[in-house]
Design a protein around this ligand. Sequence first.
Ligand SMILES: [Fe+2]
Ligand SMILES: [Fe+2]
Length: 128
Amino acid sequence: MSMTPVNNTYGVPEPFIWNDSFAVFYENLDNEHKQLFQAVFALANENSEGSIKNLLDVTVNHFNDEEGMMVKNNYASYKDHKKMHDNFVAVLKSLKTSDVNEKILNWAKDWLVEHIKTTDFKYKGLLG
Ligand SMILES: [Fe+2]
Ligand SMILES: [Fe+2]
């Protein structure tokens, strides 16, 4: 697993639940971001193959939708943005229940918070 270091300066909600400071103002994407928070929260509560699969599924579904909107709108930073998505998915794909611990959960929380607020926020208003 290659977990790239995350410099999250925003802090992490505790409990780990989406709030409107994460809003990108596209209803489908905000709903999917809520699902991502819920899936990380669920994995922290119950370390199981089902929890990992659910997190992978909602993540892949969300990234597909977000990337589709970027492509449709000729979003300039699409390629770099997609690379970050792909790296996160690669970690989730290799994740086993025996890997799940505080460190990886905190990494996933930091990644998600930092990604939305730094990288996703850049497309606000640009995806039609
Ligand atoms: Fe993204
Ligand atoms: Fe996103």
